[in-house]
Design a protein around this ligand. Structure first.
Ligand code: NOJ
Length: 567
């Protein structure tokens, strides 16, 4: 295959547990993925990002790895993996593995050794601290899945650090042996022929040590509680140094594609990490746009939402688009296994579901960067109507529910409403493939319930329908291959005459590409950007046909238009 042209690539994310089950045990698996590769080829994507498939107790659905070189039996065997990879390569698809090396599982052999005694050679693979003077945790950080980041370890009489669940102890990247272990496992997969890595919370690997070896308390933002620990560990002092070492040791010796997941990354961090000459990664997942609908100043982070103000979204995108133009590279995403479905979140999952899914896709794919499509997004899958906490499987939602209802005084109704809006399981219910039971995902009982409305959006029903969300994604992906302005063009935010209408353009040589989208359930008429009327419509739905000289444009609810013309 040709070297990875990641700037013009489109990536498709597979969450294996929920993609396709081949053996009826209710859990998606590797042969299931192999069986569906034609779907990806038909869609036109270039790269697959595969969420973790390694041996794991599955406390966090595989983001807690017990053996980096083994496949979890519920997903299949190494032979199944090899067959899947060969099937991808035959179709010209590349494979990015999920590299989860900020932490391991507590069932990883390293941690089992490390926790056994302070003298064990693996002890220093993890982060241990003495109790505070009162015997409690060494600092005030709160873990991502509730509770302290510190867990007591009886055999050594110390606490260990875990930024996520207590079954996900953080690795000690200050230890050069740890880094060499990571590089060795990366080589293992690259030598097997994989094409790159998506790096889980990679900007958390360098912790902000005090001179005395302690980790500083987080500023108090809410009295009487633990304080969010994330802000303290993201973008730490040795991050770029570690990643550059990883390039020298591993990545520079292969043709790879890399994307770093980077919560709390700023544009400056994005530039530093992805700069074409001095950076270390091809691109980042930043979270600024994903956090815009979180109500500020709440005790429970992401769970209290506010309506999205489109102007905030545009300002944020503009900052990243302009900041990384020529100085780095953006990833473009609205959706992944940690986020609710965008059509429910920022569109409409009722009567306008199809239009809203297409509009959001047009809006996203018009930007500069590498677009990511998360399984089911190309079908316009909406959120799931979780009724009780027993419907949920995600550790984050389950822990939140317990804290909210037992400690914070929330009612069951309030907590479930928050989970319906923001819970990660929304994106983890099985992909709807056809009209048979469980949307054709499994012949057995799925590990999490399949969507009750699968008949409205399953893939089989969309393949032959040129007006479907699937065809819309297919066309958008094809446009990126045909029009260099989509890859290279400079971004410019345009003034919009309506608060729920987004307008921007991309400029490249003498070409101009306009994208105008209606984020509302109302028909709107907006002023047309100058010269747009004489361009050629590349893709559009719910938008008035352009005629030269037109000065306004009528857009239906969630209508969108992308137009190519001259500057
Ligand atoms: C980010 C992953 O995307 C998420 O699913 C996981 O829970 C955490 N990192 C911990 O690995």
């Amino acid at each position: 295959m040709k070297p990875t042209d990641w700037r013009s690539s489109v990536v498709y994310q597979i969450y294996p547990r929920s993609f396709c089950d081949s053996n009826g045990d209710g859990i998606g698996d590797l042969p299931g993925i192999t069986a569906k590769l034609d779907h990806l080829q038909q869609l036109g994507v270039d790269v697959v990002w595969l969420s973790p498939i390694y041996a794991s107790p599955q406390d966090d659905n595989g983001y807690d790895i017990a053996d980096y070189r083994a496949i979890a039996p519920e997903f299949g065997t190494m032979a199944d993996f090899d067959a899947m990879l060969a099937g991808m390569h035959q179709r010209g698809l590349r494979l990015m593995m999920d590299l989860v090396v900020n932490h391991t599982s507590d069932e990883h052999a390293w941690f089992q050794q490390a926790r056994s005694s302070r003298d064990n050679p693996y002890h220093d693979y993890y982060l241990w601290r003495e109790p505070a003077p009162d015997g409690g945790p060494p600092n005030n950080w709160e873990a991502a899945f509730q509770g302290s980041v510190w867990e007591w370890n009886e055999p050594t009489g110390e606490y260990y650090l875990h930024m996520f669940s207590k079954k996900q102890p953080d690795l000690n990247w200050e230890n050069p042996r740890v880094r060499q272990e990571v590089y060795a496992l990366m080589r293992f997969w690259l030598d097997k022929g994989v094409d790159g890595f998506r790096m889980d919370v990679i900007n958390m690997i360098s912790k902000p040590w005090n001179a005395d070896g302690s980790l500083p308390n987080a500023p108090v933002v809410r009295d009487g509680f633990l304080q969010p620990g994330f802000a303290m560990t993201c973008n730490g002092p040795r991050l770029l140094e570690f990643l550059r070492e990883m390039c020298l040791e591993v990545l520079d010796h292969y043709d790879t594609l890399t994307v770093g997941e980077a919560p709390m990354a700023t544009v400056t961090v994005g530039q530093a990490l992805t700069h074409p000459e001095t950076g270390a990664l091809n691109m980042l997942f930043q979270f600024e746009h994903m956090d815009l609908d979180i109500a500020p100043g709440q005790a429970v982070g992401k769970w209290v939402t506010q309506p999205l103000d489109l102007r905030d979204l545009q300002q944020s995108m503009a900052r990243w688009q302009n900041g990384l133009h020529g100085q780095g590279w953006n990833s473009l995403y609205l959706s992944n296994h940690d986020q609710p479905r965008p059509v429910s979140r920022w569109g409409d999952d009722g009567v306008h579901r199809v239009a809203a899914a297409k509009m959001l896709a047009t809006w996203l794919h018009g930007h500069q960067g590498t677009p990511y499509v998360y399984q089911g997004e190309e079908l316009g899958m909406p959120n799931y109507p979780f009724a009780t906490i027993n419907d949920c499987r995600d550790i984050e939602s389950i822990n939140f529910y317990q804290v909210a209802t037992r400690q914070l005084g929330w009612t069951d109704g309030q907590a479930m409403a928050a989970i319906r809006a923001k819970g990660r399981d929304n994106a983890r219910v099985p992909v709807a493939w056809d009209a048979t039971a469980h949307g054709g995902f499994t012949q057995g009982t799925p590990w999490i319930d399949s969507h009750p409305n699968a008949e409205q959006f399953h893939a089989q029903g969309q393949y032959g329908d040129v007006d479907s969300v699937f065809h819309h994604y297919q066309r958008l992906i094809a446009l990126r291959k045909q029009h260099p302005v989509l890859v290279h063009g400079r971004y410019e935010l345009l003034p919009s005459s309506h608060p729920r209408v987004s307008a921007y353009r991309r400029l490249w040589v003498d070409q101009c590409l306009w994208v105008v989208t209606n984020f509302s359930a109302e028909p709107v008429t907006v002023t047309l950007p100058e010269r747009m009327a004489s361009g050629q419509t590349l893709i559009g739905h719910g938008a008035e046909a352009l005629t030269p000289g037109m000065s306004t444009l009528a857009l239906q609810p969630y209508g969108a238009i992308m137009v190519l013309g001259q500057t």
